[in-house]
Design a protein. Structure first.
Length: 589
C-alpha cells in the first residue's frame, strides 16, 4: 500500500508525490478526510489523482494513501431499486447516516452488509462448476430473480452448499479448485469498472428491442443488444424519450444513469419510477431499475466514473441471462468532465478543447453493449442495449461529441426543436434519423409480425420523403400548382405524421403501441391512400376525398384499447371502402 503527500491541488485534480509504488487507476484516499480519488496519470513518484469529492480546503503536505485496488463496483442482491451516486455510494444510506447534504469522506458499503437474503441452491455437493455457472437464486424483488454466479477465474467441485438466510459477506458455497485450494463463494462479487465483463460469444443483431414507440419500432428500430444515440437541443424531449424507453422497452432490467444533468430531471425520475406500474408485471417500475444519480452540482470527476459504474452493473445482469436497457443521460456531460480533467492535466487539446482520445473513450463505452452467450455451461443468452442522450450546445450536431458518437452507434434518433415546438412527440426527425439495423431485422419483422411489414415501412418512408420535396414546391408556388395525385400524397403524408408518428406519452393507451397495432395503423393509412388514388383516377375530386368522415376514425384508431383493435380495424376499412365507393358512384352518375 503506497503512501504519499499532496504537492498541488487544482480543482478536482490533486498531484501527490511519494507514490512510486502505486499503479494507474488505483483508488486512493486523500487527506485526513479520506476523500476518494483515482490515479489517472503517473510521472516518476508523482501521481495525478482525480478526486470524486469537493476538494476545497485541501493543502500541500496532507497524506495520500493508495488502496492498491482499481475503482470497482459491488455486484450482488440489493442493487435493484437502489439509488447510487457516480461511484456507487448508496445515497439513501448516506442520507440516513448524515442528513440531506452529502458529507465529504463518508465511507459506507455500496450494498447493505447487515441484510440477510434467502439463498436457494440450484446445484449439489459434488457437482463440477466453472466461472459463470449459476449455483443458486435469491428473490431480490417480486419480479427479479437474482442469480448467484461462480466468480471469474474460479472452477472446481462444490464441497458444501446450503439453503438459508445469509448476508452478502457469508459463504453460501465452498469450491475445491483443481490446485487443491478451497474458495469460498459469497453472494457478492467485485468487478473493476473499466474492464468489460467476459462472455463466450457475441451474437449478431437479428431481433429488435421493442419499445412501443411507433416512430422507433417502425422506422428506426434498435436491435436487442444494440446501441442508439438521441441527440437534440435543449427542450426537444431527450429526457422524455429516455423515460419512455425505460418504462416500455422490452427489457427485464433498466439501468438509468443521470450523468451531469440537472437535479430536477433526476428528481422527476425518482418521483415517477416508484409510482409507475410496470406494464408487464403490474408492480412498481423501481422493482427492476437501478438508478445512478450524478447530477450537475455533484463533483465533475465522478461523472466520468458514473458511466462505467452503470455499464458494469448492466453487464452483471446481462450475464445472468436478462435483457438489460441502459440509459445514459447524457454523454455530453461526461465528455465535458473528460475535457475538464484533460485541461487540468495540461494535455494537448483536440477539437473544441476535448481530449484527443474522446472518440476512443466513447467507443470503449458503447462497444460493451451486445447480445451475448454468457460464461457458464448452460450457455444462457443475455442482452445489453445502450441508449445514450447527447446534448450538443445550441443543437449543433457538428460538434465533436455528436460526431464521435455517430461514428460508433448504429441508430441515430435526431430530435428536432421545430417538431418539439409544434408539440409533435416524439420529436424524432424522420428525414435525418436512421437505423443501420433495419436490414438485419427485416426478416424478423416479416416472420414474427406480418409478411408485409417491411413493404409498408418502405412505402411510408417514401411518402414522407416525397412530402418534403413537394413542400419545397408549395413554399415557392403555392398548393394550387400541385397536381391532384401530389395533393393526395401530401394528405397521406400528413396522416402518417399526425395519426401514426405523433404519440402521446401521457395517454394511457397511446403511450405504448404493440407491433400488431402498429402494423394495422400503417395498413389503415396506406389503404386510404391506395383506394383514394383509384377514386382519383375515376374522376373524384381531391377535396372530396380529403373530407370523408372516416379519416377522423383513422386518426382516432391509436386511442383504441387492445381488446377492440381487430373489430375497429375491420369497421374502419369497411366504412372507408363504402364512403369512397359512394363518391365514385356519384361522380359516374
Amino acid at each position: 500500500m503506497s503512501k504519499g503527500t499532496i504537492k498541488k491541488v487544482a480543482g478536482p485534480l490533486v498531484i501527490a508525490e511519494g507514490m512510486r509504488d502505486a499503479n494507474m487507476f488505483d483508488v486512493v484516499r486523500v487527506s485526513e478526510q479520506r476523500l476518494i480519488g483515482e490515479i489517472i496519470e503517473m510521472h516518476g513518484d508523482q501521481a495525478s489523482i482525480q478526486v470524486y469529492e469537493e476538494t476545497s480546503g485541501l493543502g500541500p503536505g496532507e497524506p495520500v494513501e493508495s488502496t492498491g485496488a482499481p475503482l470497482s463496483v459491488e455486484l450482488g442482491p440489493g442493487l435493484i431499486g437502489s439509488i447510487f451516486d457516480g461511484i456507487q455510494r448508496p445515497l439513501v444510506d448516506i442520507m440516513n447516516a448524515t442528513g440531506n447534504n452529502l458529507t465529504r469522506g463518508v465511507e459506507l458499503p455500496s450494498l447493505n452488509r447487515d441484510k440477510k437474503w434467502h439463498f436457494v441452491p440450484t446445484v449439489s455437493v459434488g457437482d463440477e462448476v466453472q466461472a459463470g455457472d449459476i449455483i443458486g437464486t435469491v428473490n431480490e424483488t417480486e419480479i427479479v430473480l437474482h442469480k448467484i454466479m461462480i466468480p471469474n477465474k474460479v472452477s472446481g467441485i462444490i464441497k458444501s452448499i446450503s439453503e438459508g438466510d445469509f448476508t452478502l459477506d457469508e459463504a453460501v458455497a465452498m469450491v475445491e479448485q483443481s490446485n487443491g485450494e478451497t474458495t469460498k463463494v459469497t453472494m457478492m462479487q467485485k468487478w473493476p469498472v473499466r474492464v468489460g465483463r467476459p462472455y463466450q460469444e457475441k451474437l449478431p443483431p437479428s431481433m429488435p428491442l421493442v419499445t412501443g414507440q411507433r416512430v422507433i419500432d417502425t422506422l428506426f428500430p434498435i436491435a436487442k443488444g444494440g446501441v442508439a444515440s438521441v441527440p437534440g437541443p435543449f427542450g426537444s424531449g431527450k429526457t422524455v424519450v429516455q423515460h419512455q424507453l425505460a418504462k416500455w422497452a422490452e427489457a427485464d432490467i433498466v439501468v438509468y444513469i443521470g450523468c451531469g444533468e440537472r437535479g430536477n430531471e433526476m428528481t422527476d425520475v425518482l418521483n415517477e419510477f416508484p409510482e409507475l406500474k410496470d406494464p408487464k408485471t403490474g408492480h412498481s417500475l423501481m422493482e427492476r431499475t437501478v438508478l445512478i444519480a450524478n447530477t450537475s452540482d455533484m463533483p465533475v470527476a465522478a461523472r466520468e466514473a458514473s458511466i462505467y459504474v452503470g455499464i458494469t452493473i448492466a453487464e452483471y445482469f446481462r450475464d445472468m441471462g436478462f435483457s438489460v436497457a441502459l440509459m445514459a443521460d447524457s454523454t455530453s456531460r461526461w465528455a465535458e468532465a473528460l475535457r475538464e480533467m484533460s485541461g487540468r492535466l495540461e494535455e494537448m487539446p483536440g477539437e473544441e478543447g476535448y481530449p484527443a482520445y474522446l472518440g476512443s473513450r466513447l467507443a470503449q463505452f458503447y462497444e460493451r453493449a451486445g447480445r451475448v452467450i454468457s460464461l457458464g455451461k448452460d450457455g444462457r443468452e443475455g442482452a445489453l442495449s445502450v441508449i445514450g442522450a447527447v446534448s450538443p450546445p445550441g443543437g449543433d450536431i457538428s460538434e465533436p461529441v455528436s460526431q464521435a458518437t455517430l461514428r460508433i452507434v448504429k441508430v441515430f434518433w435526431g430530435l428536432d426543436a421545430n417538431l418539439a415546438y409544434r408539440r409533435h412527440f416524439p420529436a424524432i426527425n424522420w428525414l435525418t434519423s436512421y437505423s443501420l439495423y433495419v436490414d438485419h431485422m427485416g426478416k424478423w419483422f416479416n416472420t414474427q409480425v406480418n409478411e408485409s411489414w417491411m413493404e409498408l415501412r418502405t412505402r411510408i418512408m417514401r411518402l414522407l420523403h416525397d412530402e418534403s420535396e413537394l413542400d419545397e414546391i408549395v413554399k415557392l408556388v403555392g398548393m394550387d400548382a400541385l397536381s391532384a395525385p401530389d395533393r393526395l400524397k401530401l394528405e397521406a403524408a400528413r396522416s402518417i405524421r399526425e395519426d401514426f408518428l405523433h404519440q402521446d406519452a401521457f395517454h394511457e393507451v397511446d403511450t405504448y403501441t404493440s407491433l400488431d397495432k402498429q402494423h394495422k395503423m400503417m395498413q389503415l393509412v396506406l389503404n386510404y391512400f391506395d383506394i383514394a388514388c383509384e377514386a382519383l383516377n375515376k374522376g373524384v375530386s381531391v377535396d372530396d376525398l380529403v373530407k370523408i368522415p372516416v379519416r377522423e376514425k383513422i386518426g382516432r384508431f391509436k386511442y383504441i384499447a387492445s381488446d377492440r383493435i381487430e373489430k375497429e380495424f375491420e369497421e374502419i376499412n369497411f366504412t372507408m371502402n363504402r364512403e369512397i365507393d359512394e363518391l365514385s358512384q356519384k361522380e359516374e352518375s
